[in-house]
Design a protein around this ligand. Structure first.
Ligand code: COA
Length: 162
């Protein structure tokens, strides 16, 4: 069985992330969405909240499961029996960062292969921080996130919606 990991901080999960997860799930037998604790990023949502939102958003995807992790990505991939890591590539600006992470992960473990899926144009400029910023400023972000995330952002920022 071919199992792949889609890692990230998912603060919160967006339609851009879900597009990558969905497409990975059509290529691999099983996809593990690995939600990193990422304390250095000082996430808006707690680790547990990010895991729950990712679980709710992927509930309709049969071969997708969501697991929290801390520590090294390569160690978690090994623990989960996944030898492929899937990452989304949006604009060209992602490339240098991903190139560096890929090289580092390769140094840490040659058994893990990283593959990239290009985001479609409509998600090219989407990121969790953009969604958080729009929510914080009271703008509309419905089209960027699944409904459970929309509700969570509304609760988090105490926003009024009609
Ligand atoms: N659609 C929309 N947004 C996307 C996206 C997509 N397809 N892919 C990435 N993004 C955005 C995220 O929303 C996030 O936005 P923000 O920072 O503006 O909020 C940004 O891109 C970065 O994504 P993030 O989820 O933080 O992933 P990352 O590429 O920074 O990597 C880990 C996170 C968990 C994979 C990485 O930090 C890691 O491996 N950590 C474990 C520790 C480790 O092993 N370190 C050594 C690795 S070299």
């Amino acid at each position: 069985m071919k199992r792949a990991l889609v890692p990230g901080t998912f603060d919160p999960v967006t339609e851009g992330h879900l597009d990558i997860v969905r497409r990975a799930s059509q290529i691999f037998d099983e996809v593990v969405v690995a939600v990193a604790e990422s304390p250095g990023k000082e996430p808006l949502f707690s680790h547990n909240e990010r895991v729950q939102l990712a679980r709710e958003s992927t509930a309709g995807m049969q071969n997708v499961l969501v697991e929290p992790f801390d520590g090294l990505l390569v160690d978690f991939a090994q623990k989960m029996g996944a030898n492929v890591v899937v990452k989304g590539l949006r604009a060209i600006t992602d490339f240098e960062y991903e190139f560096q992470m890929n090289a580092l992960n390769y140094e840490l473990s040659q058994e893990i292969e990283t593959i990239f899926i290009m985001s479609p144009p409509k998600f090219m400029y989407l990121s969790s921080s953009i969604v958080r910023e729009i929510a914080r400023l009271g703008g509309s972000f419905t089209q960027f996130v699944p409904s459970c995330v929309e509700a969570a952002l509304i609760r988090k920022f105490g926003l009024e919606r009609d």
